[in-house]
Design a protein around this ligand. Structure first.
Ligand code: PRP
Length: 219
């Protein structure tokens, strides 16, 4: 059913590496690709009235904020982002895309730190990294960075990093090896709590369609 603009459900889709896989899932589930709608344009919102949806293109790390505050009813967000900063959201579905891991990595061949010396840890996952070392009862000095984390050890800024890895290419290229896994990550469908009550039936159908598309595997 084609719906008027005011009646569309807003879906926040992440820019960057999750965009392609998210788009393929939505295309399979509801017949519309947000990527196709949003590419070749500087517009950050595009309507798909035939699916009853409006897609907005959002930085991956901001999707959960949009959904928590109700600016979008639904979104796609990595478990790394969701666990780094827990929010009041429903997480009804593991979409099985965007698989990667939050890991601790260190320079290949680096000597172990003397006992009792707190490692300096470069990361954008301050909360996950702190909790990880606290759980092991290891003191750690957390150095917050926002990107290019992998270069920090070679410059003497940190002893180890906590970051995501997907293919392992960035670690290898920067002479780092994985020491341990902190969190296994995939992308989740997230839903605003109020929207789930207001649009219960439509969202139930959308979630069911995405669940079917996700369990059918890659397009
Ligand atoms: C992430 C992460 C690594 C890289 C790992 O960065 O911070 O740098 O991907 O991927 P790989 O194991 O496949 O090499 P991203 O590209 O998401 O950009 P960012 O540094 O801006 O977060």
């Amino acid at each position: 059913m084609k719906r008027p603009a005011a009646d569309l459900i807003t879906v926040a889709v992440p820019k960057g590496r999750l965009l392609q896989e998210s788009s393929a899932l939505f295309e399979k589930a509801v017949g519309v690709s947000p990527r196709a709608l949003l590419e070749h344009t500087r517009k950050l919102a595009a309507d798909a009235p035939e699916a009853g949806l409006r897609f907005i293109s959002i930085r991956a790390g901001d999707v959960a904020s949009y959904v928590e505050h109700g600016a979008a009813a639904v979104g796609v967000a990595g478990l790394d982002v969701l666990r780094e900063e827990p929010r009041e959201l429903y997480e009804p579905l593991d979409l099985g895309i965007g698989r990667c891991a939050v890991i601790v990595a260190r320079p290949k061949g680096a000597a172990a730190l003397p006992k009792g010396v707190a490692p300096r840890v470069a990361t954008k996952y301050v909360s996950l990294a702190s909790a990880h070392f606290a759980k092991k009862s290891l003191p750690a000095e957390i150095i917050e960075l926002h990107g290019s984390i992998e270069v920090a050890p070679s410059l003497g800024l940190a002893d180890v990093i906590v970051d995501i890895t997907e293919t392992g290419e960035t670690l290898r290229a920067n002479g780092l090896v994985i020491e341990e896994e902190v969190l296994s990550v995939s992308a989740r469908l997230i839903v605003n709590r109020v929207a789930l009550k207001l649009h219960a039936e439509r969202l139930r159908r959308l979630i069911a369609a995405l669940r079917a598309a996700a369990s059918a595997g890659p397009a």
